[in-house]
Design a protein around this ligand. Sequence first.
Ligand SMILES: [Zn+2]
Length: 141
Amino acid sequence: MSPSAKSTAHRARDIGLDVRSPKERCEDAHCPFHGHLSVRGQMFEATVVSTAMQRTAVVERTILRRIPKYERYAKRRRRYLVHDPPCLKIQVGRLVRVAETRPLSKTVTFCIVEDLGDAARRTSGEDIVPPAPAHPKEEAA
Ligand SMILES: [Zn+2]
């Protein structure tokens, strides 16, 4: 990497994902933007539930899972422990984008890569759209 002239102090690495780079800078070796952590694999959006741990946050994701017997969807929740780079300044209640990384600890294999704003502003549940039915109702029936 050649040291480019423009604002090297503020320069974040290109992590290969279409996300906004953090405005702040940090010294975290496990920060995808300022450290050496590579992100690859899954990406999803989740709501931050807790940031009480050091550089680790708890996020929760709700998905709709189809129950074939009842031909309806059930809400499923799952919580993940994710790495929380200090430069993003993530707070509880934020909607964040999370990307998969190598295992950072026994339970942490994801990292927050983008702050998507206040989760409460997004009407909860309405973002979760069930996939289109495989067999749409017949017009004649
Ligand atoms: Zn950082």
